[in-house]
Design a protein. Structure first.
Length: 416
């Protein structure tokens, strides 16, 4: 690597390349392999990708249930313990082709298990009762997947790596129906952490008698350790009584709730600043017939989505400057029927901008048992909606947007 180009120039060039290309370059020389695998280059590539808005990818997660003989079929739930459950992870680049479709990123085969006739992109296999049942979150290109009854698995889909973390005990970290889990990477301590927002209710949903936030650290010995537990009553920031799902972003957990038992506001419980609780207003107070559906993140900015029942319209707002009430800007307003013939509101969430910035990728999730998950491109100038068709993916799937990275993590890993 000491030819015509200096070491710093080579590093700058490599940071501009896709992750799959960097993995192929590892076999060119020992020097390149050592550089790509180093922690220095791992952090540099991730930082440059986030700053320059490069290497953004869409991750689709879905599940198949198959018999041991290998006959593939789709079923909402396995009916026999001899059925295998296969969890698939597909990665797509946000660069569109001329027809508006997404480009799939080919992932190498995973060495965990291989069966003839199945997609080699499969990440997990297991028997009934031991399958992946939820995606806790995604951070720095690493997915955190909840395996029913076992614990959590961290997966970098581009590296085909996984690391398993067992629950400390069934009672210690068991989540209830009203609990919410979030996953993030803590840069100051270089640790992956899990946040659980516990909300135990009485007979009525409004009778909440125990609400607390628990912070867990994923240890290097493949285990959990509780760092802190915060009773939310001490901070006067109880979650609201609507169905808004909490969101984790930039070291804080966000949800819509009643501040000081008054108007609905966005509550930010900051875990990186000595558990400080900030509260700031929504774009506008909803009148009768409207409600706030979801919070999200778009290009690093906080977003809020509202739905009006009478007009059957969506509104998506973006907070351009963090914590400033006057910085809320309306991104779009669109009728429900523009997305599909289904009039049910469900939930609408902005995921990412297109490469040119003239379109927004939207996820519409209706009732999971009745209607499929849908992805759309919304043209901000023409105000038109185009549905995205992804062949080979079932109707029901989970979506995450993250940065393609070389991030590794502590613990026992398996690398292809």
């Amino acid at each position: 690597m000491s030819g015509l180009l200096s070491y710093d120039v080579i590093v700058e060039i490599l940071c501009c390349l896709p992750v799959k290309t960097l993995l192929r370059l590892r076999c060119v020389s020992k020097e390149l392999c050592s550089l790509v695998d180093s922690c220095y280059f791992e952090d540099l590539q991730l930082t440059r990708s986030i700053r320059n808005n490069n290497n953004a990818m869409l991750v689709l997660m879905y599940q198949y249930y198959d018999e041991r003989e290998g006959n593939r079929y789709r079923s909402p739930r396995p009916r026999h313990p001899d059925f295998y459950s296969y969890f698939y992870v597909d990665c797509y680049s946000l660069d569109q082709d001329n027809k508006g479709n997404l480009t799939r990123i080919k992932v190498g085969s995973c060495p965990l298990r291989r069966l003839p006739g199945f997609d080699l992109n499969q990440i997990f296999t297991g028997t009934f009762g031991d399958f992946v049942n939820d995606c806790v979150g995604c951070s720095n290109g690493v997915l955190c997947l909840s395996t029913k009854g076992r614990g959590l698995d961290l997966v970098n889909p581009l590296l085909t790596e996984k690391c398993h973390y067992d629950y400390p005990s069934a009672a210690a970290i068991k989540t209830g129906r009203d609990d919410t889990s979030c996953f993030y990477y803590d840069a100051p301590t270089h640790d992956f952490k899990v946040v659980i927002l516990r909300s135990e209710t009485g007979k009525c949903k409004s009778q909440r008698w125990d609400e607390r936030l628990e912070l867990y650290r994923l240890e290097g010995d493949n285990g959990f350790r509780m760092i802190q537990s915060y009773p939310l009553l001490d901070f006067d920031c109880n979650p609201g009584y609507d169905d808004t799902r909490p969101l984790f972003h930039n070291g804080a957990l966000y949800w819509v709730g009643k501040a000081d038992q008054r108007a609905m506001k966005i509550i930010a419980f900051n875990l990186e600043r000595d558990a400080r609780c900030d509260k700031f207003g929504l774009p506008c107070q909803q009148n009768y017939g409207g409600r706030w559906e979801t919070l999200g993140v778009l290009d690093g900015c906080l977003t809020a989505t509202s739905y009006y029942y009478h007009g059957k319209e969506w509104e998506i707002w973006v907070m351009k400057e963090y914590g400033v009430q006057d910085s809320w800007t309306k991104l779009l307003r669109c009728e429900t029927l523009k997305f599909s013939e289904i009039s049910s509101p469900g939930s609408l969430r902005p995921l990412a901008y297109s490469k040119k910035g003239n379109k927004v990728l939207l996820e519409r999730e209706l009732s999971p048992s009745r209607h499929p998950t849908q992805l759309f491109w919304y043209d901000l100038k023409r105000k038109t909606v185009a549905k995205i068709k992804i062949p080979g993916v079932p109707k029901h799937f989970k979506v995450a947007v993250c940065v393609a990275s070389l991030v590794n993590y502590k613990g026992t890993t398996t690398r292809n």
